[in-house]
Design a protein around this ligand. Structure first.
Ligand code: TRP
Length: 327
């Protein structure tokens, strides 16, 4: 794996992963393990930037994320799983980096502006400096590649700015990491909007056959198509987007049948539900097995964290020295 580049990416532990995470994100991360050294971070400190009043939720959410990651093929034998709060250097490096960026730069961050809009006016200092902590997550391991969704691009840009600033002040220390966007179109949720936990339109990775059935049957198809023999418009249909994600070989045929009015939406939905039931069955099974042995999950996290910590400590020693702090 030497010389192939180091990847760091992660999720905030906010509960079970859904199909939107699988398509485009987790599938991509699993593939990247073949030719990169990967660090997968469970960013529990980041959860506190918006939700610090439910400490009892964090532990169970960490286990949820970990189970879904493993079920999706992230491999603790090949990759390193890190619990952010267990490596104190993340927080320490974030403090030092906070000197190298202005408040106004952080106030211009689109992700921050959106959160503030959503939360009302109760934004904390921690939320404002969310990206600075993320920069520390990435640079404490000197990762050079950060696979993320489009919403996270501003944070990778801030990472590059802080790395540049640090290097120009104190000498070459950090890489300027690049983002790696997956080019798979985003999966719509059951209401047709982007699948997102806060929209309550998700299908969990471990959905039961009955849940899958219910979700698929409630999805919105082409609103202009009243009768199954009328020509449909797959480009506006949620079901078709799922066929594209989970049933790629068949999509040209489905598209043709739909446009010609040869396949009705109900039939098309039934086909999709069956397919999803089959494809998601292994996730459900692996997850059930994992749920039966929680200590295995915590062992993986502890092991990965123990592997990551010395790397973070070495970076921190270098940074402390360069910034004139005591050993
Ligand atoms: N902010 C990321 C998200 O919400 C999670 C995250 C925290 C992250 N630290 C990171 C992602 C470092 C990539 C690299 O999805």
């Amino acid at each position: 794996m030497e010389g192939k580049g180091r990847i760091l990416t992660g999720h905030r532990p906010t509960g079970p992963r859904h199909l939107g995470h699988l398509v485009g994100t987790l599938e991509n991360w699993a593939r990247l393990q073949d030719d990169h050294e990967c660090f997968f971070l469970i960013a529990d400190l980041h959860v506190l930037t918006t939700d610090y009043t439910h400490p009892q939720r964090i532990r169970s959410s960490i286990a949820e994320v970990l189970m879904d990651w493993l079920a999706a093929g992230l491999d603790p034998e090949r990759s390193t799983f890190v619990l952010q709060s267990a490596v104190r250097e993340h927080a320490e490096l974030a403090l030092l980096f906070s000197m190298l960026i202005t408040v106004s730069r952080l106030e211009r961050n689109p992700a921050y502006k959106e959160q503030v809009r959503e939360l009302g006016l109760t934004a904390s200092l921690g939320l404002l400096s969310y990206p600075v902590l993320q920069v520390a997550d990435i640079l404490v391991y000197k990762a050079d590649t950060v696979p993320v969704g489009e919403d996270q691009l501003p944070h990778v840009e801030i990472t590059r700015e802080i790395a540049r600033r640090f290097n120009s002040l104190y000498g070459q220390t950090f890489p300027e990491p690049k983002s790696l966007l997956s080019h798979v179109p985003r999966l719509p949720g059951i209401d047709g909007r982007t699948m997102h936990t806060s929209y309550s339109n998700t299908i969990p990775l471990f959905a039961s056959p009955a849940e899958i059935e219910r979700a698929v049957m409630s999805m919105i198809t082409d609103p202009a198509r009243i009768h199954p023999t009328e020509p449909g418009h797959p480009e506006v249909c949620t079901i078709f987007a799922y066929h594209q994600a989970f049933n790629r070989e068949m999509t040209p045929q489905i598209e043709e049948d739909c446009r010609r009015g040869e396949m009705g939406c109900v039939q098309c939905k039934c086909n999709l539900a069956k397919l999803l039931r089959e494809q998601l069955e292994p996730f459900r099974r692996i997850r059930q097995e994992l749920a039966a042995c929680p200590s295995y999950l915590w062992d993986i996290l502890e092991e990965g964290t123990a592997r990551a910590r010395p790397i973070a400590q070495t970076t921190m020693e270098e940074v402390r020295e360069k910034m004139g702090l005591s050993k």
